[in-house]
Design a protein around this ligand. Sequence first.
Ligand SMILES: C[S@@+](CC[C@H](N)C(=O)[O-])C[C@H]1O[C@@H](n2cnc3c(N)ncnc32)[C@H](O)[C@@H]1O
Length: 224
Amino acid sequence: MGRGRYPARLNVTPPAPDLAARYLQVWSGRELYTSPEQFPLISSPGLFGNDHPLELDVGCATGDLLLALAVQHPEVNYVGLEIVAKPLWRAVERAAAAQLSNLRFLQVDARLACRQIGDGALRAAYIHFPAPLLRNRQRNQILIAPPLLAQIARGLALGGTLSVMSDQPALYAQLLSLLPALPELRPLPTEAWSVTISDLIKSHYHRRWEERGRPILRVELLRV
Ligand SMILES: C[S@@+](CC[C@H](N)C(=O)[O-])C[C@H]1O[C@@H](n2cnc3c(N)ncnc32)[C@H](O)[C@@H]1O
C-alpha cells in the first residue's frame, strides 16, 4: 500500500506576513551550510527570547504533536522542523487560531538545522514516523542516521529524552543498531515512557498507520 502524498495535497495558502513573522522562519539550506553564524541558535533564548524549557519535533509536518503539547504546557517552548512548506502553513494557521505564543516552526532541512541546536538546549526531542526513503538515491537523506542523532544527543540536556516512533521495522532496526555508538542515549524501560505522546496525542500519520494495521514501533531514549 502506498504511503500517500498528504503534505503535497494540502489545500492551504501561505500565512499572512504578520503570522509568518510570528510563527515561521524559512532557513535556506545553502546559507545555513555556508554561514551558520547568521542564524540563531535553536534554543529558547535564540528563538523565543526567554529561558523556558524547549522541545523539538524533527519532521513535524502539520505540527499535530507540537500544537497539542503547546496548548497543554504554556510554560514550555516548542519548535518544529519541517522541510516542506505546505504542512507548515497549515501548522501556522492552527497555532494562530489557538493564539499560541510558545510555538515556532522552521522550514529547513533538519539534517542541517540540528547543527544549530544549542548545547543542552533541549528538554525533549521527537522524531516520529520519519519517511523511510527506501530508494537508494535517497539513502543519504534519511533522518535516522548518526550525524543527526549525534546532534540531538548534544542538544539534549542531561535527563532530556528523545522519542522515536516508526511504522517501519527496517528503520526501527536501523535506529537500534546505531545506539551502541551513542552511549549518551540510553533506552528507557517502557514504563518510563511519556504517556501523552502515545495514548493521548496521535498525529495524522500515527492514526493513519495504526488504522492500516501497521506496527507502531517506539523507543524513548534518555540523555545520560
Ligand atoms: C511521515 S511524516 C511524519 C510527520 C510527523 N512527525 C508525524 O508523526 O505525524 C515525515 C515528515 O518529515 C518531513 N521530512 C523529511 N525529511 C526531512 C528533513 N530532511 N528535514 C525536515 N523534515 C523532513 C517530511 O516532509 C514529512 O512531513
